[in-house]
Design a protein around this ligand. Sequence first.
Ligand code: FAD
Ligand code: SF4
Length: 336
Amino acid sequence: MLRLPPFRYAAPGTAHDAARLLADHGPDAMAVAGGTDLYPNMKRRQFTPRVLVGLRGLHEAYGIEADGTLRLGAMATLTEVADDPAVRARWPAIARAASLVSSPPLRNAGTIGGNLCVDTRCNYYNQTESWRASIGYCMKKDGEICLVAPGSDTCWALSSSDTAPVMIALGAEVTLVGPRDVRRIAVRDLYRPDGIAYLAKRQDEVLTRIDVPDRAGWRTTYRKLRRRGSIDFPILGVAAALRLGKGGLIEEARLVLGAVHTAPVVAADAERFLRGRVLDAETIEMAAGIAYKPARPLDNADLSYAWRKRMARVEVARALRELAGLPTGDLPPVLA
Ligand SMILES: Cc1cc2nc3c(=O)[nH]c(=O)nc-3n(C[C@H](O)[C@H](O)[C@H](O)COP(=O)(O)OP(=O)(O)OC[C@H]3O[C@@H](n4cnc5c(N)ncnc54)[C@H](O)[C@@H]3O)c2cc1C
Ligand code: SF4
């Protein structure tokens, strides 16, 4: 049995106090929300913080409010987000992405804020301490080199959040509370192209809220690829959002790929290609042919990276067909 390393647990009552504790203890401290990612990682000694700053007492980080915009408290559980009637009706891609994370018990404990901050993943890193010791560790923790790309000075662990691509596609923003300041940044700017320092959030900042603009009139979806129909992290995520105007012309398009790089990838060329066109079968195939190109999967996740790259094209096309109301070509669940 893997056991947690010893740590001290602090239970602040406000985000400001939480941020101050994180600042006071520096790299020795980490925030914990539902703990569904952090605790298993601590058991494998991927993290060994001496102090955990629990976020459960942060009243300002709870609740789901939907008027014009959607305001999600970072401590809302994935189940609460997935089941919320307003989210399901007006931001269905968020509800779908949240409902596809892991399994029901983990969605009951795991939070939407934790999902946006979830650690990057790699087959050489998400292993027990003894497994990692046997191969001499790697750059992300305790080692010197990257075992996937030994010549690289960057870690290529994959961004594996299901909700991040959707939040970026919908133009969501997060509120970050630090010991001395509060700032609001686009979710798009929350991620960095580095598998180790993957968040633009400072170590002493607490994510308290996610604001999503009203997307009335948009068609949105999220598709997830994984080996098994539950539990597994994504090996590919596709978030798509389109606003159609007169004559069915696409006025705005957002396509974001997850789990193909250290950060979610905005398929900007495909977005530009889609604007001003009609969403027909030919446009969809051409857009998918452009969208999958920036995907950079490496040999560090489940199934072959070449197949995962090819599937990015297939899944983008399926997402767009779904938005066009065309058959997606999915197998019925019993055969999938
Ligand atoms: C078996 C298994 C399968 C899983 N499958 C999936 C999956 O399919 N898709 C997926 O996306 N995830 C998956 N996860 C990961 C995890 O369950 C979810 O991402 C979950 O939403 C994490 O939320 P949490 O509240 O438990 O985060 P925690 O584990 O508490 O924290 C995760 C990280 O975020 C930081 N953090 C958390 N909240 C905040 C905050 N408010 N402010 C600042 N920092 C914060 C923590 O310091 C930590 O670094 C899986 C985990 C397991 C164990
Ligand atoms: S990508 Fe390289 S450095 Fe990063 S976790 Fe994997 S093996 Fe380690």
